[in-house]
Design a protein around this ligand. Structure first.
Ligand SMILES: *Cc1c(COP(=O)(O)O)cnc(C)c1O
Length: 381
């Protein structure tokens, strides 16, 4: 019996062919595969612009810069996320304020968020669609407008998710109600590039700024030149940017994987339904879901007070479940930086004590899933 991990990428022969054809072409970086990937991704999520970068953290960094986050800005976010969500705001010199989570959806608690916005000066809210659960686009956008904040959606867990309102479907990444959305193409995520990220927006100014910052802040667009154009070789730097470019080799892989996004979300939802059915009546909690959402199921997270024992039991049976996440403010770096203490946000801490992410990936076979389920039942008995 092989190890069953909590997440795993799928690489098909079509994926391999598309990488090989890029390797045989003239461009290894910033060639036609990047433009194809960006164009197709923007269409897929329903946004006007998409900018590919070399990982999700770089995408977050540029999203903050593109949203005007500078030294001394203040960003509020959820502690239930990968540290990069907060780290990237710190890269810009911003301060990060945390807000506890909603005990049902595990996303930022909107009422508590509003309490913070009432008393603190906040420039931007970063919402994480944790596990693939789409955010409350409309409500959050109303609040952001009321308090004059921008919104970044960290959708690294949730490409392909959507939320249904009366007579409107809001797709994650469409930026219909947020300023920018950020995605990651790390192999455990829905689309695997090895390393990769994407930023979507509907704002042309933000789009141009992202393009500039991705490549050193250097422009080769004649219309944008601030001094004399010395000749065809000429380009000039306008901002302090970075090298956050995605290679064409990886864009070719991402583009090929993007074509399977819909079917892989469907498969993840089928796997979730089977877990729900078999685990619902055991002494543990299965993930909450409203009828009005399409979940992307990056993670399938159960809760149990015997989390550590269950984790170890599964591991001894070669099932490598995982814990997502240690609340960001409890990392020693944040404890030291902000004097964060245990007990600060009770809802997320209780979740951290009880959560366990079960194997969830499109190629999880039904035999392997039944094996996982049988081991959980065995443990509960
Ligand atoms: C994976 C992830 C990131 C970082 O993405 P990388 O591509 O690994 O840099 C950021 N935020 C969340 C919520 C993630 O899951």
């Amino acid at each position: 019996m092989n190890i069953i991990p909590y997440g795993r990428q799928e690489i098909t022969s079509t994926d391999i062919e598309s990488v090989l054809s890029t390797l045989r072409s003239d461009y290894l970086t910033q060639g036609p595969a990047i433009y194809e990937f960006e164009k197709n991704f923007a269409i897929c999520v329903g946004a006007k612009y998409a900018v590919a970068v070399n990982n999700g953290t770089a995408a977050l960094h540029l999203a903050y810069l593109g949203s005007g986050i500078v030294n001394g800005s203040r960003v509020v976010t959820t502690p239930l996320t990968f540290a990069a969500t907060a780290n990237a705001a710190l890269y810009c010199g911003a301060d990060v304020v945390f807000c506890d989570i909603d005990p049902k959806t595990m996303l930022i608690d909107i009422e508590k968020l509003e309490e913070i916005l009432k008393v603190e000066n906040i420039d931007l809210i970063t919402i994480v669609s944790f596990a693939g659960y789409p955010i409350e686009h409309r409500k959050l956008s109303e609040i952001a407008k009321k308090y004059g904040c921008k919104i970044i959606e960290d959708a690294c867990h949730s490409p392909g998710s959507s939320r249904v309102y009366e007579n409107e479907i809001v797709r994650t990444g469409s930026c219909d109600y947020v300023d920018v959305t950020v995605f990651s193409f790390h192999p455990v995520k829905h689309i695997a590039c090895g390393e990769g990220g994407m930023i979507t927006t509907n704002c042309e100014d933000v789009y141009e700024k992202l393009c500039l910052l991705r490549t050193h802040g250097i422009s080769n667009k004649e219309l944008k030149f601030k001094t004399n154009n010395d000749g065809l070789w000429y380009h000039e730097q306008h901002e302090l940017g970075y090298n956050y470019r995605m290679p064409d080799i990886l864009a070719a892989l991402g583009n090929s994987q993007l074509m399977r996004l819909r079917s892989s979300i469907q498969k993840r939802n089928e796997i979730a339904v089977i877990y729900d059915k078999h685990l619902r009546d055991l002494p543990l909690t299965v993930p909450y879901r409203e009828n009005s959402i399409e979940h992307a199921f990056h993670l399938y997270v159960i809760r149990t007070e015997r989390r550590k024992e269950l984790y170890e039991y599964l591991r001894s049976n070669k099932i490598f479940a995982q814990v997502h996440y240690l609340p960001v403010y409890l990392h020693p770096y944040y404890r030291e930086k902000y004097g964060c203490l245990k007990g600060q946000f009770p809802v997320v801490e209780k979740f951290y004590d009880e959560c366990l992410s079960l194997p969830m990936f499109p190629t999880l076979s039904s035999i392997d899933q039944q094996y996982v389920i049988s081991k959980i039942i065995e443990f509960c008995n």
